[in-house]
Design a protein around this ligand. Structure first.
Ligand SMILES: Nc1ncnc2c1ncn2[C@@H]1O[C@H](COP(=O)(O)OP(=O)(O)OP(=O)(O)O)[C@@H](O)[C@H]1O
Ligand SMILES: [Mg+2]
Length: 261
């Protein structure tokens, strides 16, 4: 959320948390990433959009160091402390919430940090609950707590709210923004939801043909409201980059049209 701070240091002055140059990844004859370039500075929130199959998950796996075959190609500099949040919360069914959140944490204050993290996502008092006792939205809150308690330099989020209902998703947007403003990781959020990208991100990048085809700063007056002309213009630009021609398709530009794959 570097652009929201209003401080004297601008995002562009900071050494990048992520630096990717000329990244190439092929699967057989199919070249998915083709000379991709991307930098993310500390505290910056970047939304990654792109059509289905454009390579978003491939890029995320590379950044999470889950793809060992990408290593030889180009330059890929990412920090040591990376956390990943997925669409499904992936909680351990046999662990109570607090035990899951603090798993692998060391130090005498580990348990207290876990309790604080659960409180931050609104789940204080639920430390001893089992995952099965939680709703999908609550499970995703635990997943966020588990990621942020590790104070990652980079948070990778793969459509984290895609399975949630619209109202819960809005609540999670508010929560994620608040958490990111407090913990200030660099964030790369993969989403198909253009409105989610505009509401949350400092910058939106669109992946197409193996490269970043558009890199759009989100410079909107706060609060970012769907109805404003600036919001609508930015939204149309992103949709056009994603290959959605609103005039040709004959559909009015409504927020619910933003889910495109
Ligand atoms: N392990 C793999 N083996 C072969 N092909 C793969 C593999 N992983 C990804 N691909 C191919 O790479 C391309 C990009 O896949 P990727 O999962 O990165 O797309 P995506 O942008 O995340 O799509 P979606 O929005 O549908 O999740 C696809 O054509 C996919 O079939
Ligand atoms: Mg994907």
């Amino acid at each position: 959320m570097a652009a929201h701070t209003g401080g004297l240091t601008t995002a562009k002055d900071l050494a990048p948390t992520v630096r990717i140059e000329n990244l190439v990844r092929s699967f057989g004859a199919r070249q998915v990433l083709d000379g991709l370039e991307l930098s993310i500075v500390p505290g910056e929130f970047v939304a990654l959009l792109g059509r289905s199959g454009s390579g978003k998950s491939t890029l995320l796996r590379a950044l999470a160091r889950l793809d060992h075959e990408v290593a030889g190609s180009g330059e890929l500099a990412a920090p040591d402390h990376v956390s990943v949040v997925f669409q499904d919360a992936r909680l351990l069914p046999w662990k109570r919430l607090l035990d899951d959140v603090v798993l692998g944490l060391t130090g005498p204050d580990a348990e207290q940090r876990g309790r604080t993290a659960l409180a931050e996502v609104g789940l204080d008092g639920r430390e001893r609950a089992w995952p099965v006792e939680l709703s999908g939205g609550e499970q995703q809150r635990v997943s966020l707590a588990r990621s942020l308690v590790r104070e990652p330099q980079l948070l990778l989020a793969a459509e984290p709210f895609g399975a949630l209902d619209a109202l819960t998703r809005i609540r999670m947007h508010i929560l994620l923004r608040r958490l990111c403003e407090r913990h200030r990781p660099a964030v790369l959020l993969v989403t198909h939801d253009v409105d989610e990208a505009i509401v949350l991100a400092d910058r939106m990048v669109v992946l197409d043909q193996g490269r970043i085809a558009a890199d759009l700063p989100v410079e909107l007056p706060a609060p970012r409201r769907h109805g404003s002309p600036e919001y609508a213009a930015l939204r149309d630009r992103v949709l056009a980059q994603l290959g959605v021609d609103l005039v040709e398709e004959g559909s009015p530009a409504r927020p619910s049209d933003g889910n495109c794959t």
